[in-house]
Design a protein around this ligand. Structure first.
Ligand SMILES: C[S@@+](CC[C@H](N)C(=O)[O-])C[C@H]1O[C@@H](n2cnc3c(N)ncnc32)[C@H](O)[C@@H]1O
Length: 343
């Protein structure tokens, strides 16, 4: 499948990440006659070819560079972007939450810059199939170029379909033949009906979304279809640590927010899970109108009964009375204290 060789001595054509003076980084593709020119001197590519990964070489001025093949996470953070990418911390979670396995048939939309595609291609292995749908052909071109750059060729396990997923999915896949679907787009709910049709029973849909309002909308859409299990949502925060001598502490800065993940599994045709039956038997705590109006029920606040509320009022008033008494006691003591000249 792929020509990428993540190990062994450097060869012509390899991409190499060079860390030079003051930690400045450069990425080069090795050529026999290639040179890296900086104001610190000239580094000849041929001095690197044949050396093991992780070697240090000096340029014409004696400045040293550490040479390493970029890891996938280094590559995606530095590759050209047409659209916002899925960060490595989220890509790692997506592979687990969506249960991407070797040999899986996976659908992804949109492809954007191809960052997530690279992780998916790796995870499905040589026996899998990834079809990435992208409505913009310019983004599809960026993604394709990025995948080819990182892997050294376009893998035969991957293809891009240019067009809207909701229109193209049923053309590319017969109903019930897709194992996993990953959506990273503004309005994933627009694609849920098509996804439900394409997914095999038990298959997983995962949406990566940036805002809480999108998260809410996609969750309610998934529920309303009655074709999926109860959706599960999460976010991933990775906090780096500074570990040096006795200075062992979290980093001062972190990437605090990228997006949320929400997953659900496709039910078998006609299946109604027992927990849904139980929920349906109870009076629902909110309706469609509430969701629009942000009522306490819609935002998940349990409404207090009048009786309970009266009890809380009495408790609060008792506590306030006690505080008042204590304050007046203090005041009396103060007054008594100030009247005592020996105090
Ligand atoms: C944030 S980007 C995806 C980034 C990508 N996951 C990555 O890691 O590089 C979202 C992409 O979805 C595409 N898109 C939005 N809605 C779509 C749809 N219904 N079908 C196909 N592509 C869609 C957009 O054109 C855009 O390129």
């Amino acid at each position: 499948m792929s020509a990428q060789r993540p190990s062994g001595p450097f060869r012509e054509g390899d991409r190499v990440q060079l860390t030079g003076p003051k930690g400045r980084m450069h990425t080069v593709t090795l050529r026999e006659d290639g040179e890296l020119h900086t104001h610190h001197g000239v580094l000849r590519h041929r001095d690197l070819i044949g050396l093991p990964d992780g070697s240090v070489v000096a340029n014409s001025s004696g400045n040293e560079y550490l040479a390493l093949r970029p890891l996938l996470r280094d590559f995606v953070m530095s590759m050209p972007r047409g659209a916002a990418i899925v960060y490595p911390k989220d890509a790692a979670q997506i592979l687990t939450q969506a249960d991407i396995f070797p040999g899986a048939t996976v659908v992804e939309a949109g492809v954007g810059s191809g960052a997530l595609s690279l992780s998916l291609i790796r995870a499905i292995g040589p026996a899998g199939r990834l079809v990435s749908f992208e409505r913009r052909d310019d983004f599809a071109e960026v993604a394709s170029a990025n995948v080819e750059t990182f892997l050294g060729e376009l893998p035969d396990t991957w293809s891009i379909v240019v067009g809207d997923l909701q229109e193209q999915l049923s053309i590319e896949f017969a109903a019930g033949t897709v194992d996993r679907v990953v959506l990273d787009m503004l309005a994933p709910w627009e694609c849920i009906d098509a996804v439900a049709e394409a997914l095999a029973p038990g298959g997983v849909v995962l949406c990566y979304i940036a805002t809480a309002t999108q998260l809410s909308r996609v969750a309610e859409y998934l529920r309303a279809t009655e074709l999926f299990t109860e959706p599960e949502a999460s976010e991933t925060m990775v906090r780096g640590w500074h570990v040096e001598g006795l200075a062992v502490r979290p980093d001062h800065r972190m990437v605090a927010h990228t997006g949320f993940l929400i997953t659900a599994r496709r039910l078998a045709p006609g299946a109604i899970p027992p927990d849904v039956k139980r929920r349906a038997a109870k009076k629902p705590s909110y309706g469609d109108e509430d969701v629009e109006q942000w009522t306490p029920g819609a935002v998940g606040d349990r409404e207090i009964t009048d009786k309970n509320l009266r009890k809380r009022v009495r408790e609060a008033q008792r506590a306030a009375g006690g505080a008042r008494l204590a304050a007046s006691g203090d005041a009396d003591e103060d007054a008594a204290g100030s009247a005592d000249p020996s105090a």
